[in-house]
Ligand binder design. Structure first.
Ligand SMILES: [Zn+2]
Length: 236
């Protein structure tokens, strides 16, 4: 039985494995991000170059991106799914970018990144409270701010509703995919149109007091598969 020690050189490992399997042993390198294998390349130089590029492009300490090179051995070349340097570097960069976006987002709901607040303001009524001006429990979160304040969409998606709707007043609904919707109500103006694609931070409406409202504020809802949830589980 072959025993590996910290003093063992790479060549000794290969020789020992070759003796054991009486076949050629191949060595390759895994690049792992936060302990998840992301890519395999043939040479240490390529792996190190990828690490250098990631460290140049991303603030790995601040973003808590841990990048490591792990040595791998195999006797079966078909097991080696190594990529060319360019492909491997791009894949690792994409994975690092995803970690960056997740770290920078305010919340993630069913894989949907909430990356901006719709308005900056003071919470004036919480989700679920009862009130004399409403017939049922509060289905969203109210954020008081001045009439005309820009309302930003919190995540990328598609506008599915953009018109007056009873007690909601001027209402914009956005479908973000994965069953996630956000609603923006009591708007003074609507800037978005049904079918329009939006990105997080796009201005879709202005704060107002239309519908069942006693003063200018944004009524903000998050819905999962059609059901309202407390927005403060995620934002504010
Ligand atoms: Zn409300």
């Amino acid at each position: 039985m072959y025993k590996r020690t910290s003093q063992t050189s790479e060549n000794e490992i290969i020789t020992a494995l070759e003796n054991k399997y009486t076949t050629k042993v191949y060595k390759f390198y895994e690049v792992a991000l936060n302990n998840q294998p992301k890519e395999y390349v043939e040479t240490l130089e390529e792996a190190e170059k990828i690490v250098n590029e990631i460290e140049e492009q991303f603030n790995t300490d601040e973003l808590e991106i841990d990048i490591k090179i792990n040595e791998k051995y195999t006797v079966n070349t078909e097991e080696i799914n190594t990529d060319t340097f360019e492909v491997a570097a791009n894949n690792v960069k994409t994975a690092a970018q995803e970690i960056k976006e997740e770290n920078e987002s305010l919340a993630i709901i069913n894989g949907i990144k909430i990356s901006v607040l719709p308005v900056n303001g003071t919470v004036s009524s919480r989700y679920g409270v009862s009130s004399s001006i409403r017939s049922s429990r509060h289905t969203g979160l109210d954020i008081a701010c001045a009439t005309g304040t820009n309302i930003k969409v919190v995540s990328s998606g598609t506008i599915t509703f953009a018109q007056y709707n009873g007690s909601y007043g001027n209402l914009v609904k956005v479908d973000h995919g994965n069953g996630i919707e956000t609603w923006y109500a009591h708007c003074s103006k609507i800037y978005a149109k049904v079918g329009q694609k939006v990105e997080a931070g796009d201005i879709i409406a202005a704060v107002g007091s239309t519908g069942n409202s006693t003063g200018p504020h944004l009524h903000f809802e998050i819905r999962i598969d059609g059901n309202t949830v407390n927005p403060q589980n995620y934002v504010y």
